[in-house]
Design a protein around this ligand. Structure first.
Ligand code: ADP
Ligand code: MG
Length: 386
């Protein structure tokens, strides 16, 4: 996490006054439940120790002024305004759509202008949800500064709306809910239909295990189009099966017998079994059987690779190399076609697993992967004043 005192000092240098506080919102990894969110299903994310911090102070002129230590362009924009996405901002300002859009959505809850300085230790575009962390840190800061009483689940929905309506990204509810609702030592079971969530104990280190996030450093241009296609396929399958969403398929064998299109059959097979894997994983966690999660991760990866067809070569090679080096399991995380892989290993094998994965990349001439140890951490919070 960014040092809040250094960030406050930087705020002073940039804006010529003291910030009123510093807020932090974490990134997240989804332990299991991939491509289930838009099928009204279940996901099980946990918050990372890494995230986005923001030093902030109110402004009385109805303007948000945002700067980031990870972006060159400073942006000033009125809080009152329609969707940022409709204003055609130039690419160098695009990053500011997240905080400005959040301020615009929150306006309806009585918040106003502010100066914001952002800093982050979370890689961007690696599937760890830096975008939601940025929205949630901004949202929490604005509510605290302007005295808006918004409960966390409602704040998560407002931050999601900022990404949907203001930035123009059709994300589901998971990322913002994870950033705002997760607690240390737990994963968050989120029902994407009802929006209800519950805390599930999850502390891998307590069982001698380590979770590694491997940033495969691969990002493929297909991602957006393929994501839209998968969503459309799931909707089509649900319509053919006469259910509101694939979450409602209770009889998988019956459903597979009904569908004629082999592609739709594969998609349904993934979504239905993945929801069961989330439930099974929650059962294992509640029983304290962390080591057994490996089998769930492996099954999820195979299903995403073969049934949902969203994996990519670096992800498959990562899982393969990790398992050969003795990891308990691993799976691609995120929408697919690039991003990160989650690997579960006994802590005393973690170094060997990392080396094996790095060697597999070197052999193929790929850019070296990056490793982050994922520790289920606290959700968004005010850091100073405490
Ligand atoms: P992810 O959420 O998986 O990291 P996204 O593409 O959804 O990937 O969001 C990444 C975008 O969020 C970046 O391209 C940038 O516009 C914005 N962003 C995230 N963190 C920061 C930051 N610290 N400073 C400026 N912009 C950021
Ligand atoms: Mg994102």
């Amino acid at each position: 996490m960014t040092d809040s005192r250094a960030l406050a000092e930087a705020f002073n240098e940039v804006f010529g006054r003291e910030p009123e506080g510093v807020w932090h919102a974490p990134g997240r990894v989804n332990l299991i439940g991939e491509h289930t969110d838009y099928n009204d299903g279940f996901v099980l994310p946990f918050a990372l120790g890494l995230g986005v911090s923001v030093a902030a102070a109110r402004r009385g002129d109805g303007v948000v002024e945002v700067r980031s230590r990870q972006a060159a362009a400073a942006v000033t924009a009125p809080v009152d305004g329609g969707p940022v996405v409709a204003e055609g901002w130039p690419p160098e300002r695009a990053w500011a759509a997240y905080p400005v859009g959040t301020a615009r959505v929150l306006r309806e809850r009585g918040t106003g202008g502010a100066s914001l300085l952002i800093d982050s230790d979370l890689p961007q575009g690696a599937g760890l949800s830096s975008s939601a962390a940025l929205e949630c840190a901004t949202a929490l800061a604005l509510c605290d500064l302007h005295g808006a009483a918004v409960d966390r689940p409602a704040l998560a929905r407002l931050a999601q709306r900022a990404e949907n309506e203001q930035v123009g990204v059709p994300c589901g509810p998971m990322d913002q809910a994870a950033s705002l609702l997760c607690t240390a030592g737990h994963a968050l079971l989120l029902d994407c239909r009802s929006g209800l969530s519950s805390q599930v104990p999850f502390a891998p280190a307590g069982s001698g295990m380590t979770l590694l996030v491997v940033d495969t450093r691969a990002a493929h241009a297909l991602a957006g189009g393929e994501y839209a296609r998968r969503r459309a396929e799931c909707e089509e399958a649900a319509a053919l099966l006469g259910v509101a969403a694939l979450r409602d398929v209770k009889d998988l064998a019956g459903a597979l017998g009904t569908l004629r299109d082999p592609v739709l059959r594969r998609r349904v097979q993934h979504v239905v079994t993945e929801n069961h894997r989330v439930e099974a994983t929650v059962g294992l966690l509640r029983a304290g059987a962390v080591t057994e999660l490996g089998a769930m991760l492996n099954a999820s990866h195979l299903s995403l690779r073969d049934q949902f067809e969203v994996s990519w070569p670096e992800a498959d090679a990562t899982v393969d190399a990790a398992l050969r080096a003795g990891a308990r399991g691993g799976r691609m995380v995120g929408g697919g076609f690039g991003g990160s892989v989650l690997v579960l290993t006994a802590a005393d094998r973690a170094a060997r697993v990392r080396d094996a994965v790095a060697a597999a990349y070197a052999e193929r001439g790929w850019t070296a992967p990056e490793f982050i140890e994922a520790v289920p951490s606290a959700g968004a919070r005010r850091v100073t004043p405490a």
